[in-house]
Ligand binder design. Structure first.
Ligand SMILES: Cc1cc2nc3c(=O)[nH]c(=O)nc-3n(C[C@H](O)[C@H](O)[C@H](O)COP(=O)(O)OP(=O)(O)OC[C@H]3O[C@@H](n4cnc5c(N)ncnc54)[C@H](O)[C@@H]3O)c2cc1C
Length: 396
């Protein structure tokens, strides 16, 4: 099963430029270093920025206009993510995970589900994310233990999801569970549900341990705990059991393009900070940017950031043409996240001792960067996916 087409026409270049300009202005005015450092250092949810993102329509960025979203193609969306992430990567997680949940409903949901949920997702009235990972199952998604047993017009969920982005400040999640734990192969027994914290009886659905993280601060990561949680049967995405594995992994191409865009943002942001510092800081009577050792670093950083951007836009263009792009999305995710990590590291070296001070922004890029190498399928797995797909496309 490949799922419904992801094809979407490119945006009119003038309209795209105006939209990106508006994002630039918002970032310059609101996502300032002072605001970001304040929230990042104290690990506080950026409520005001979230309201502004809702007003700009970012929670509906990729949701079709017929459901109240902006209907952006993934290539335009990736450019927005790059811009925001080049100042504060964690902020993009607040709408990224939410939009992957929305994409699952838009691509695989019934028409009733789309009509009911997508307009509220688009305005940000209901925000959420994706509940795949469990304490014993990350990469090996088929090893999940959460079960969903049919009981009349409900399913009863039991199990724990972990590391879930937006778990505390969101209210609805696309959660994968086993409707047939004995199925062989295992993926045939997996189904995808929209689980919401209903004011009128989300009993049995609680938020567990909140993680105290190295980076990716201010955005919440915690456990979703289901203990005889009753979810209405009409919240089974697509209305048919056994499709969950394909529905969840079908969203990963878009998820990987989004993570790649965040990697590009980190790579470009670290480069921006390092370029400025290298011209201000003087040693031996001249700016360090004039020393060859620093020039070699900046030369590599610029090239990496540019290559990461091009690979990401290439994958997004394939996605927007409706083509299968697991290899392209995998290459973009792998390369761009490593580019972000390497550029953050090199920028730390350029900042010298001051890189260790929380008065400078570069330490945040360093703390945030590694997550991009892990989330949405680790970079070990990406290389395996790329290799398998490459060989398949080039059979001897
Ligand atoms: C801050 C943060 C936010 C997150 N947000 C979410 C979220 O919103 N929703 C969600 O569902 N999950 C989320 N995750 C979970 C994330 O997707 C997983 O951590 C990731 O998929 C890796 O799974 P794992 O941690 O269980 O590692 P494991 O799967 O245990 O992997 C450990 C190591 O083994 C390697 N490995 C595993 N299997 C293989 C194999 N077959 N071949 C080669 N190497 C292998 C991996 O590459 C890795 O290096 C988040 C994680 C973090 C840290």
């Amino acid at each position: 099963m490949t799922g419904p087409s992801t094809a979407r026409p490119p945006m009119d270049p003038d309209e795209e430029a105006a939209l990106l300009d508006a994002i630039d202005k918002w970032v310059a005015g609101e996502v300032t270093p002072q605001v970001v450092m304040e929230h990042d250092h104290k690990d506080v949810w950026p409520e005001k920025l979230v309201s502004q993102m809702a007003e700009m329509g970012l929670f509906g960025a990729t949701i079709g206009s017929e459901y109240g979203g902006l209907g952006l193609p993934s290539s335009t969306y990736a450019k927005i993510v790059m811009k925001v992430a080049s100042h504060w990567m964690a902020l993009t997680g607040i709408f990224n995970s939410h939009l992957i949940m929305a994409a699952a409903v838009e691509r695989f949901g019934t028409e009733e589900q789309k009509q009911k949920w997508l307009p509220k997702f688009a305005t940000g009235e209901i925000r959420g994310g994706l509940g795949l990972t469990e304490p014993n199952a990350g990469t090996d998604l088929q090893a999940i233990r959460t079960t969903a047993r049919r009981d009349g017009d409900h399913y009863v969920l039991n199990g724990t999801k972990t590391w879930i982005t937006n778990s505390i400040n969101g209210s609805c999640y696309a959660v994968i569970a086993k409707t047939d734990p004995e199925a062989n192969p295992r993926y045939k027994g997996m189904s995808f549900f929209l689980c919401d914290k209903r004011p009128d009886g989300g009993e049995g659905f609680t938020i567990g341990k909140k993680f105290d993280k190295l980076g990716y601060k201010a955005i919440d990561s915690a456990e979703l705990v289901f203990d005889d949680y009753r979810v209405p049967a009409d919240q089974l995405i697509g209305g048919v059991e056994g499709q969950g594995f394909f529905q969840a992994t079908g969203g990963l191409e878009l998820g990987r393009i989004n993570v790649a865009a965040r990697g590009v943002g980190i790579a470009e942001g670290a480069l921006r900070l390092a370029t400025q510092y290298a011209q201000e800081r003087q040693t031996m009577g001249k700016p360090i940017a004039d020393h060859q050792a620093i020039q070699l670093k900046i030369g590599e950083m610029v090239t990496r950031a540019r290559a990461a951007r091009l690979l990401t836009l290439d994958a997004a263009a394939a996605y927007d043409r409706g083509e299968r792009c697991d290899m392209e999305a995998g290459m973009a995710k792998y390369f761009a996240s490593e580019a972000g990590f390497q550029n953050a590291q090199e920028a730390m070296r350029i900042f010298g001792g001051y890189s260790y001070s929380k008065e400078y922004e570069i330490e945040r890029f360093y703390r945030d960067a590694m997550l991009m190498c892990i989330g949405e399928g680790t970079n070990e797995m990406q290389r395996i996916i790329i290799s398998k797909q490459w060989v398949k496309r080039n059979l001897a």
